[in-house]
Design a protein around this ligand. Sequence first.
Ligand SMILES: [Zn+2]
Length: 101
Amino acid sequence: MIHYSCDMCGKDLASEGDARFVVRVEVYAAHDPAELTTEDLDADAVQSLSELLADAPEGADLSAHLPPTRNEFRYDLCPSCHRRYVRNPLARETSLQFSEN
Ligand SMILES: [Zn+2]
């Protein structure tokens, strides 16, 4: 049996019955990462990339050297953390939402 605990507060979710909420977050660049920019075509950048390729052993995974273009996160939340999360998913400063006037 898979054991779940809340990724925010660490509460054991087995004790909560089946009340469990899954948060999936996907982050990716809005532009096409394969698109070349003038920065990519800069002589130094081309030079360092070819050095990287030259140093890499045959069949090496070079993706670890490149900035990630896509990230995926998955979290399990208990009911109370779920309520808190959906109110403020980006963890913004709540003080900004309330005017002091
Ligand atoms: Zn929790």
